[in-house]
Ligand binder design. Structure first.
Ligand code: FE2
Ligand code: FE2
Length: 407
């Protein structure tokens, strides 16, 4: 299935001419000049705080930053208890476990000597935005690691098969986070993940919300990685840093994780079979799509440095994620209605103005007053998006009236 999906990514969404905020030198610098340049670039210092040499203080949490999650583990146990839940299709979970045990990417995440040199060639504003991208990605992957690891531990006696799948998914996420953190150390700014585990705030979500949210973050992660990978394959001049060459196999991990959550949702019909489920499905889709759209547009310089058009890239990822999601969620937003992205673009416009107010040299109270009407308009716009006619959808496996399904 993953291979089929890959082949569907054929549209070009990159700019023809790469836009780089800082030209990348074509001449390979000597080792010593590189070290001086890299140190200068870090010390100058791109505005990052360090907690000790080479270890970055994690970025502040905002509404749009990746979070760490915790949940009601007792309720999770009840959901996966074979005595209580007769809908658990253990044959499907056992088949998935066998696939996770294959560990296709066991030897994939091996670094080579090109990383450090490539990082040292990235300077100035592009360097800063690269580090921010790595940090966000690393935090998101590590968040998955922590949650899956705990679920693997807590479900061990109730449902050992599902527990082991969670443990193996945490193995994958640990690799992803570790690989990204190594990349951060190429930029002389790694994260102290142990410190973060103990000190970052954990957001509580009920199990069903964890399941909707993780399904979506796995699938959107898949589409982001594969789309960046395909774009850079078509435009090798934009391959600023070798990390992206690993995305093809990497994203297959995310796709498998997403498929596991599809099986989980199928084992919990109450999460996908009534009007409440439809409302929550749409709510989570929109939260994930809007967060990504606003975040990425705020970081347009990063995507431009890879020759990507942020808007085209984001719209492609949202449309494809929505197509995957509508196979299992009972309702999804109609993202192909032309009004949808018009409204999303309005949100970007207001959000940019909000961000710009934050940078103004005026007292905080004035900033609050200036932001207020914009935030009101944003809330109204989000509401408008939410009440747009959704697409009724759902899993083919369950539908009684298959002729009513649109695929
Ligand atoms: Fe991952
Ligand atoms: Fe994942």
């Amino acid at each position: 299935m993953a291979t089929m999906l890959n082949k569907r990514v054929t549209g070009a969404f990159g700019k023809q001419i790469p836009v780089r905020s800082t030209p990348v030198s074509a001449v390979r610098p000597t080792r010593s000049s590189v070290r001086v340049a890299a140190t200068a670039a870090t010390e100058e210092n791109l505005g990052f705080k360090t907690m000790r040499d080479g270890i970055k203080v994690a970025a502040d949490e905002t509404l749009l930053t990746p979070r760490f999650y915790t949940t009601d583990f007792d309720e999770m146990e009840r959901l996966f208890n074979l005595e209580i839940n007769k809908n658990l299709d253990m044959a499907e979970f056992e088949a998935m476990l066998a696939e996770f045990k294959q560990d296709y990417n066991q030897r994939h995440f091996v670094r080579n000597e090109t990383f450090k040199a490539a990082a040292e060639k990235i300077t100035g504003p592009t360097r800063k935005i690269f580090i921010e991208f790595l940090e966000r990605s690393c935090t998101a992957e590590f968040s998955g690691f922590l949650l899956y690891k705990e679920l693997g531990r807590r479900l061990k006696s109730t449902n050992p098969v599902v527990a082991e799948i969670f443990t193996l998914m945490s193995r994958d996420e640990a690799r992803h986070a570790g690989f990204l953190n190594k990349a951060m150390s190429d930029f002389n700014l790694a994260l102290d993940l142990g410190f973060l585990t103990k000190n970052r705030k954990y957001t509580f979500f009920k199990p069903k919300f964890i399941i909707y949210a993780t399904y979506l973050s796995e699938k959107i992660g898949y589409w982001r990685y594969i789309s960046i990978y395909r774009h850079l394959q078509r435009n090798p001049d934009n391959q600023l840093y070798p990390l992206f060459e690993y995305f093809e196999n990497w994203c297959q991990d995310e796709n498998r994780h997403g498929d596991f959550f599809t099986a989980v949702l199928k084992s919990q019909p109450q999460m996908i079979d009534d009007w409440v489920a439809k409302l929550w499905s749409r709510f989570f889709c929109l939260s994930v799509y809007i967060t990504m759209y606003l975040n990425d547009h705020q970081r347009d310089a990063f995507y431009s440095s890879l020759g990507l058009n942020t808007t085209v890239f984001n719209q492609h990822v949202i449309i494809e994620t929505n197509k995957s999601t509508e196979r299992i969620f009972p309702a999804v937003p109609d993202v192909e209605n032309p009004e949808f992205f018009k409204k999303m673009d309005l949100l970007v416009k207001y959000n940019t103005q909000v961000v710009n107010i934050g940078k103004m040299n005026v007292p905080d109270a004035v900033k609050v007053l200036l932001r207020l009407p914009l935030l009101e308009r944003m809330v109204a716009e989000v509401f408008q998006i939410f009440i747009m006619t959704p697409k009724e959808s759902g899993s083919y496996d369950f539908a009684e009236n298959k002729t009513a399904l649109v695929y």
